[in-house]
Design a protein around this ligand. Structure first.
Ligand code: AIR
Length: 216
């Protein structure tokens, strides 16, 4: 096979295997390279472009931040961590309290976007303000998880998170609904990540099969 033939095969591999779902522009670069009258300099330029795009596409793969008001929330919030890690999503975990560490909360919220965080999951119990306040300081989507409390069963957490003023949305899950928070975050990221989208489809298939296979 000639040089350009090998190069074409290599580039197609990069497109289809690594950059799934983002192939169109890359393929158009490859087609330019394939034109018979293209000189070697242009071919090298195209190769650099393909490599650059590959690095850029890799670097825009977003992370999910999971923050919680206290280490006592970890048992519930680990359901979100587990589901996301199982789907191959990079997770950043932090204990951040709206009341006990307000400065840290502001710092985190303001830097979330530049840190490559695509979704924030915020769990807290009682006077659970972290999700709403973080949402007020960033346009990264925030998912709130009300943690069940001993005194009021988690209704306090739920109402603290769910009743956001118009203009600052928080997607509120059920009380202790951390697993769904993880899945919802993955579904948001999957809109621009075809591989993650395929893993979510597989997750749903397996879930359905488990129900169909259940013997009672
Ligand atoms: N909390 C911590 N800072 C602000 C709030 N609302 C919440 C935690 C936890 C609850 O208070 O999210 O659910 C009890 O925290 P701890 O540390 O006393 O166990």
């Amino acid at each position: 096979m000639c040089f350009s033939g090998c190069f074409y095969v290599l580039c197609r591999r990069i497109c289809t295997v690594i950059c799934k779902g983002n192939e169109n522009y890359l393929q158009s670069v490859i087609f330019v390279m394939l034109k018979p009258d293209v000189d070697i300099h242009s071919r090298v330029r195209c190769a650099c472009e393909v490599f650059y795009l590959y690095l850029r596409l890799k670097s825009v793969r977003m992370k999910v931040a999971i923050i919680m008001g206290s280490t006592s929330d970890l048992e519930i919030m680990s359901q979100a961590i587990n589901v996301l890690e199982g789907l191959g999503v990079e997770v950043v975990k932090r204990v951040i309290s709206a009341h006990r560490t307000p400065d840290l909360m502001c710092e985190f919220a303001k830097s979330a976007k530049s840190e490559g965080i695509g979704v924030i999951i915020a769990g807290a119990g009682g006077a659970a303000h972290v999700a709403g306040v973080v949402a007020g300081m960033t346009t990264v989507p925030v998912i709130g998880v009300p943690i069940q409390t001993k005194a009021l069963g988690g209704m306090d957490s739920l109402l603290s998170i769910v009743q956001m003023p118009a203009g600052i949305p928080v997607a509120t899950m059920a009380i202790n609904g951390a697993k769904n928070a993880g899945l919802f975050a993955a579904q948001i990221l999957a809109l621009t990540d075809a591989e993650l989208s395929a893993r979510l489809d597989q997750f749903r298939k397996e879930q359905t099969q488990k129900v169909l296979d259940a013997v009672i």
